[in-house]
Write a protein of this length. Structure first.
Length: 132
């Protein structure tokens, strides 16, 4: 049985998307997956730009763990907890130094702009959809 805070959050999420059709849900899934792919690609490019080589699988795993930590923390956008999850995961994989933290700070700044842009586009699309 889930804790009450989680049940409340899940019920809010379900009620927000009940008006979407199957095609619109598929579009949401596509954009969500593309956002995660863009997040991974940008992190990998930032690590490469700073001449810090991290194996792609290690970085992907660390970013996934960081995303989960950010969601579970209930902090908006997972500020701090996402980075802590990534740093901890990469440190356990043998990649823990200042370059990792610097890369993650740059990545957070860049990804926040991308996520905010996606959010604005999504809100405009939803408002146009509801206005029909």
């Amino acid at each position: 049985r889930l804790p009450s805070a989680w049940r409340k959050r899940l019920s809010l999420t379900e009620s927000r998307f009940t008006w979407l059709t199957g095609v619109e849900r598929a579009e949401c899934a596509f954009w969500t997956c593309s956002l995660y792919a863009l997040t991974f690609a940008s992190a990998w490019l930032i690590f490469l730009a700073l001449n810090y080589e991290v194996p792609a699988l290690s970085l992907f795993s660390a970013l996934a763990i960081g995303q989960i930590a950010g969601v579970v923390s209930f902090i908006p956008m997972g500020f701090g907890t996402r980075e802590a999850g990534v740093v901890t995961s990469l440190a356990r994989a043998g990649h823990g130094d200042a370059a990792v933290l610097a890369s993650l700070i740059i990545h957070r700044c860049a990804s926040t702009v991308v996520v905010a842009s996606y959010g604005i586009v999504s809100l405009r699309s939803i408002s146009r959809h509801r206005g029909r």
